[in-house]
Design a protein around this ligand. Structure first.
Ligand code: SAM
Length: 329
């Protein structure tokens, strides 16, 4: 490391000058002895005496991504390291670019060390109606985790089941409903994304939680136990085939592209009640959203109590949620 050597009383002034000249090496500390000050510089500076010293590196509070970059041993690939990831419990999910696949173990180990995760998964995409992830463990051996959100423990296998971090606001919103003595059907229950917060916080009398994927259903049952909620009836099966009629005060349709399921939601609803409907729309469709909703709900007497954009889903496509009051006619 190289330093310029100046008279002790000139240290501050010289430091400012080096800064102005963009020569100050901010990664190292300035030090002084009885007579001289030593300022770390990036290169030789004309007119100054230069001394070499090992120097003392500044301790910085690096953000996790900076730490990952610093700790990753293959310098030439640092710029390819993903700067976004998701952490559920002690599992990290990220998406590796092709160029890093040959080095996936060392990438995984670096993220695991810095983010304190037991396993790291290279997550490619989510497949099909059962929303199954496609990916592989690149570091660690185990992909099961327990994720804590809003006071709820969600246990699941991150390699087999998706968890949409973008839906967190909606999971929290439904947990704030007052559903005193009401009956709820969760048509796409998954591992209990909405059912468990509803059971825990809303005073609902009972929730029937229907899930088609046996793996999700079995985690749903486990999550009911872990969270010690008593008012959920977990049902394995396709919600179109579950014979519930005129039963619910509220039906949750917490899954997109499900307009063809609306008739089943209505069947499950009492003579009147609430349907929470999720779907995606383009900007153009949002401009005429009343028309779109009429296509879906027009044959019933309905009103939209509330609509909001939950998240951006893809470029120019948005995930919206509607609270719909519906009366069967
Ligand atoms: N709400 C979730 C969140 O907050 O992360 C995201 C949607 S969730 C993954 C959708 C669930 O619906 C999946 O578990 C899928 O297996 C289930 N599913 C899809 N079609 C179904 C059907 N016909 N009957 C019951 N469950 C179904």
């Amino acid at each position: 490391m190289i330093y310029i050597k100046v008279k002790r009383e000139e240290t501050e002034k010289a430091k400012e000058k080096m800064f102005e000249m963009d020569m100050l090496d901010d990664n190292y500390r300035i030090f002084v002895d009885d007579e001289y000050g030593y300022i770390p510089v990036k290169n030789h500076v004309d007119g100054y005496e230069i001394v070499e010293s090992e120097g003392v590196r500044r301790q910085r509070n690096q953000n996790p991504y900076e730490k990952i970059r610093t700790q990753f041993p293959l310098r030439e690939f640092r710029d390819l390291l993903p700067d976004k990831w998701e952490k559920f419990g002690d599992i990290v999910l990220l998406k590796l670019p092709e160029e890093l696949i040959p080095y996936k173990y060392i990438v995984g180990k670096t993220y695991s060390d810095v983010l304190n995760a037991k396993s790291v998964i290279n997550y490619q995409y989510v497949r099909g109606e059962l929303r199954e992830p496609v990916g592989e463990i690149i570091y660690g051996t185990d992909s099961e985790t327990v994720h804590l959100e809003n006071g709820i423990y969600y246990k699941f296998d991150a390699l087999k089941i998706m968890f949409s971090s973008g839906n967190v606001d909606e999971r929290i919103r439904v947990s704030k409903f007052n559903l005193l003595d009401m009956r709820v059907v969760d048509m796409f229950a998954g591992i209990g994304y909405f059912s468990i917060p509803i059971a825990r916080y809303t005073l609902a009398e009972r929730i029937i939680s229907i899930e088609k994927n046996p793996i999700s259903h079995s985690y749903l049952k486990e999550n009911i136990k872990i969270n010690n909620v008593k008012n959920i009836i977990p049902v394995l099966g396709d919600n179109r085939e579950i014979r519930i009629m005129d039963w619910a005060d509220m039906v949750l349709m917490g899954y997109i592209h499900t307009s063809s399921f609306i008739e089943h939601a209505v069947r499950m609803l009492k003579r009147k009640g609430i349907i929470i409907y999720h779907d995606t729309f383009t900007k153009e469709e949002i401009r005429n959203i009343e028309e779109r909703m009429d296509e879906f709900f027009g044959k019933y007497q309905y009103s939209i109590i509330r609509k909001h954009i939950l998240k951006s889903y893809a470029p120019s496509i948005y995930h919206l949620v509607f609270d719909i009051f519906l009366r069967k006619v």
